[in-house]
Design a protein around this ligand. Structure first.
Ligand code: ATP
Ligand code: MG
Length: 499
């Protein structure tokens, strides 16, 4: 948690010093994971009081697979982690500042935190961290379903400690904060986004009072670092039905702060023509349908991102043309161009930028190629420009069919099947998948007496264009012959245009 994200308000934690497990209304859970069993035995022998806490307890109860285990140690978590790491023949990565330690073990990540209490002084933004109790640790967690602990010591192994009704909320599939939501969200506004993320991942509802609190303080998300926001946002995108999380972001007012371009997609504009009121579809809702369709077909988060943003430039290119209706000319090109700024702002990994841009830029093209009179060269060009993204592009196009009319939907899908089939045929014909100028740069330089320069690229492109247009075949001999025939003309053009 970043200190600047904390509120000044002093918070006094419970006076109770130690939690007596036997006093709690507990249920039990069977611990079957061999690593947990080994760890519990070790801690008991070392007389260290330790609990499994948070998301891993939730996931165990929900039977969701998990490889991240978080533990709360009453006392010195770092010393315990170091001892355990030795036993596991691994290393403990220690973060002294946060008093936490992490042990990578097999494909697990074991994280240890000491119980602590954060007290806020009136005149300081930085919390004073002191030793606390298990209850102190649990109170500062985000949601009741993430605020359960499981005892791991001696006879108590498997006892669930549920101070805030997390178990009941799991059953009701509801996200509630352990404390007043205004306090929980104010302490760390990222939790508002986490609410949307968990709702999306788990298909849970958010408690009404929490939703209200989010609506009231949505703007506080502005103080959270972009990395943390993006992390949660991508988790929403990766969830089974991302529209759940995105609708929550929109309805609570969070979306306009974290992805304003998406917020712009929402709503419908109308124009009157000959007394008739003409609207376009709500692009945000359409986008969510496309995104869910893509999500049902692939886990590829960048294809999901492309689905989310494929119409991103529609509001900026929107125009009402009399006799035609609403138009969005050029939205695919402008949309692709908008991506760079968005990737930078959201700190998304730039090696996926080109992929997303390409899919957005080309998402209308397969539809344009549906007609029977389409030429080989048009098909070739699409395959060439799409390159490795071709199959994913078609997945998006198919998902972009959101009509409720099953007959129409079937017809559109068949159209895409036909275009895909024709592309395959052309590709087979000219082995376009491995396409690049069959005459390589070195040879062009030798034949034309050029040093490495843009001129070489110009000639290479001219050869590639001839292949794409079907003037010559994708074949070395033909390409070389074509080069020899045209080189003087091209060299003249290069000189004239100062290339
Ligand atoms: P996942 O691992 O799928 O992201 P998780 O619930 O395990 O889900 P983590 O971010 O790994 O989430 O955090 C582990 C636990 O730490 C949470 O279950 C919760 O109890 C607590 N936690 C994490 N982040 C916060 C936060 N911002 N505010 C309060 N508690 C948090
Ligand atoms: Mg986790």
């Amino acid at each position: 948690m970043e200190p600047e994200e904390k509120k000044k308000k002093p918070r006094i934690s419970s006076k109770k010093k130690v939690i007596s497990i036997t006093n709690l209304n507990t249920n039990t859970i069977q611990i079957s994971n061999p690593i947990l069993i080994e760890l519990a035995d070790f801690a008991t022998k070392q007389k260290v009081e330790i609990y499994l806490v948070g998301g891993s307890v939730r996931d165990m109860l929900l039977n969701r697979p998990t490889t991240d285990f978080d533990f709360t140690v009453v006392g010195d978590s770092i010393a315990f982690a170091k001892q355990l790491a030795k036993k596991f023949k691994s290393n403990a990565v220690v973060y002294e500042k946060f008093r936490t330690a992490m042990i990578p073990y097999k494909n697990y990540k074991l994280e240890f935190v000491g119980t602590r209490k954060e007290v806020y002084e009136e005149d300081s933004r930085n919390p004073i961290v002191t030793e606390g109790t298990l209850e102190d640790d649990i109170r500062r967690r985000d949601f009741t379903i993430n605020a359960m602990a499981v005892a791991l010591n001696g006879d108590s192994v498997g006892k669930i400690i549920d101070l805030f009704g997390g178990m009941n909320d799991l059953k009701l599939k509801i996200l509630r904060t352990p404390l007043d939501p205004m306090i929980t969200f104010s302490d760390d506004p990222l939790r508002m986004l986490r609410a949307a993320r968990f709702a999306s991942q788990l298909n849970f509802n958010i408690d009404e009072i929490c939703l209200e609190a989010i609506k009231q303080m949505a703007d506080r998300i502005k103080i959270i670092s972009q990395e943390r926001i993006t992390d949660e946002f991508l988790k929403i995108l990766k969830s089974e039905k991302p529209s759940i999380g995105l609708l929550i972001l929109h309805n609570t007012g969070l979306l306009k702060y974290i992805f304003p371009e998406l917020e712009e997609l929402a709503g419908i504009e109308y124009q009157f023509e000959n007394g008739e009121k003409i609207g376009h579809k709500d692009i945000f809702l359409h986008t969510l349908k496309v995104l869910d369709n893509v999500a049902s077909k692939t886990d590829n988060v960048w294809l999901r991102f492309a689905a989310l943003t494929h119409d991103i430039a529609k509001p900026r290119t929107k125009k009402f043309v009399k006799g035609t209706g609403w138009t969005f000319w050029g939205h695919e090109e402008l949309g692709a161009k908008m991506m760079k700024k968005i990737f930078h702002r959201m700190r998304l990994p730039l090696d996926n930028l080109n992929y997303v841009e390409t899919i957005i830029r080309l998402h209308q093209r397969p539809m344009v190629l549906v007609g029977s009179e389409v030429t080989d060269s048009a098909l070739r060009r699409l395959a060439f420009q799409a390159g490795e993204t071709l199959e994913d592009l078609f997945t998006l196009c198919r998902s972009d069919i959101t009509t409720n009319n099953p007959k129409l939907s079937k017809k559109y899908l068949e159209n895409y099947d036909r275009v895909a089939e024709k592309i395959l045929q052309v590709q087979e014909k000219d082995k376009l998948r491995e396409f690049q100028s069959p005459v390589r740069g070195e040879e062009i330089m030798a034949i034309c007496n050029l040093s490495p320069s843009r001129a070489v690229g110009y000639i290479k492109k001219a050869i590639e264009e001839a292949i794409l247009d079907g003037v010559i075949a994708n074949d070395y001999d033909e390409a070389k012959k074509y080069l020899l025939e045209n080189k003087d003309k091209w060299l003249k053009e290069i000189e004239e245009n100062k290339i």
